[in-house]
Write a protein that binds this ligand. Structure first.
Ligand code: ARG
Length: 459
């Protein structure tokens, strides 16, 4: 039998395999609450503008609440033959209230309806991501505060570069996730216009009030061009873009946690609550949570790419291709929220091993730059010469199998005569980090100033 929603011109129903490719109810039922909220706003507006009788609006409002409660209770029978959430809800409404249900779709199309539902859904995810990021930043600030002056090696090329502080390293991630927070907020502000009432693509001849429905649904304004309103999925792409960058940050941090929790590094201990064991090796405590977070960027970035490919060649306005937007966004959102929550838990629980960090901070000739700077500052050498002399001193230490502070003054002067005993003051890691007082540098006073700034921003 032909479809009850659009089958007027059809003699036969769809082939089973056609139904399989066409139906979206298997996934778009996740937008049921948004669909009903949109319909309630639309019905109230149809009443307020006199397009529908108050009695019809009343019946629709009550019927939609019944449908919502059935969906929430899990008793709603979803039908693949009814294609999607929009037609499933409307068909059930018809069973409950009869004829007035058929008046709900006045001045509306599934094209503006789905755009509205999906926007509302994505907007909720932007809000959830915002909360997830705030929680993660809070956990990082706690870690930074606890170890604002704990020394550790800073790396470039994953080779020891210069000593930094634990707090400084944690605050680097606060900056990254802080930018993610801004991106999420920016995206929300930009996407917050209502497609509802754009109808199929051209608007409608009914005297609808799009400002009223926009306001009822928490949008700042109606989308200003009906063609754009039904064909725009930028909001989903901006969410996926922000989610991809955030997942990339999570992945980099996860990678560091994997390295840092190894027996070779011992920079951090992850809690039992966020680790797993091995079924054969009794000693193992594996950072599975960090590894899984590290991998999540793959599917989130994949979703971003997939939706870009879906949208890139579509002529205006709606094409059914756009039904392929939802699963990508659903999956990316689920995995982003999971990764944020797990990272927050892991960071909150983890213990930085202050001694291991300090021991590593002094190894690998990490204060060589301090030595070169000293030659410039105290002996007045050009930096390039100081660099060369320091390189020779590092080579000497390496041949002795010791670190820079273990060399004697005679060792030093054998390379460059003018060096005096005060040089040893700058070879210690504590002095090194304390000296990096430039704005944004690793000196504990700078780190504490940044922690205070962020705490104020987050309050
Ligand atoms: N299920 C559809 C989607 O997700 C709803 C819009 C259908 N519109 C149409 N003209 N067939 O995109």
């Amino acid at each position: 039998t032909a479809n009850q929603m659009w089958g007027g011109r059809f003699a036969a129903g769809p082939d089973a395999i056609m139904e399989a490719i066409n139906a979206s109810i298997g996934f778009d039922k996740r937008m049921a609450a948004q669909d009903i909220a949109g319909s309630r706003a639309h019905a109230a507006m149809l009443g307020a503008t006199g397009i529908l009788e108050p009695s019809d609006v009343q019946a629709i409002r009550e019927g939609l609440l019944t449908v919502l409660s059935e969906i929430e209770a899990g008793t709603f029978q979803f039908s693949t033959a009814l294609e999607d959430i929009h037609m499933n809800v409307e068909a059930r409404l018809k069973q409950i209230i009869g004829e007035p249900a058929g008046r709900l779709h006045t001045g509306r199309s599934r094209n503006d309806q789905v755009a509205t539902d999906f926007k509302l859904w994505v907007r909720d995810q932007l809000d959830a991501a915002e909360q997830g990021l705030i929680a993660l930043i809070g956990a990082l600030l706690d870690q930074a505060e606890a170890g604002a002056d704990w020394v550790m090696p800073g790396f470039t090329h994953l080779q020891t570069a210069q000593p930094v502080t634990w707090g400084h390293h944690m605050m680097a991630y606060v900056e990254m996730f802080g930018r993610d927070l801004c991106r999420v907020r920016d995206a929300r502000a930009r996407m917050n216009t209502s497609p509802l009432g754009a109808a199929a693509l051209a608007g409608t001849s009914f005297p609808i009030d799009r400002h009223m429905t926009a306001e009822a649904l928490g949008f700042d304004a109606p989308a200003a061009n009906s063609l754009d309103a039904v064909s725009d999925r930028d909001f989903a792409l901006e969410f996926l873009g922000a989610a991809s960058i955030c997942a990339m940050h999570l992945s980099r941090f996860a990678e560091e946690l994997v390295i840092w929790s190894s027996a070779q590094f011992r920079f951090v201990s992850l809690s039992d609550r966020f680790s797993t064991g091995s079924s054969i090796m009794p000693q193992k405590k594996n950072p599975d949570a960090a590894e899984l977070i590290r991998a999540k960027v793959g599917r989130i970035f994949g979703a971003n790419t997939a939706l870009m490919m879906v949208m890139k060649g579509l002529p205006l306005t709606y094409s059914k291709d756009m039904q392929e937007d939802k699963e990508q966004v659903f999956d990316a959102a689920d995995n982003l929220m999971l990764a944020l929550a797990v990272m927050t838990g892991m960071v909150g629980d983890m213990t930085a091993n202050r001694e291991s960090l300090a021991a590593a901070a002094g190894s690998g000739f990490s204060t060589a730059t301090d030595l070169a700077d000293w030659l410039v500052r105290v002996l007045g050498l050009p930096f390039r010469d100081a660099h060369h002399i320091t390189g020779s001193i590092v080579a000497l230490a390496e041949s002795r199998g010791c670190d820079l502070p273990d060399l004697t003054l005679d060792d030093m002067t054998s390379v460059y005569e003018g060096i005096t005993a005060e040089v040893f003051e700058v070879l210690g890691v504590e002095n090194s980090v304390r000296s990096r007082t430039s704005y944004g540098g690793t000196a504990p006073e700078q780190v504490r100033a940044q922690i205070a700034r962020w705490k104020e921003l987050m309050a």
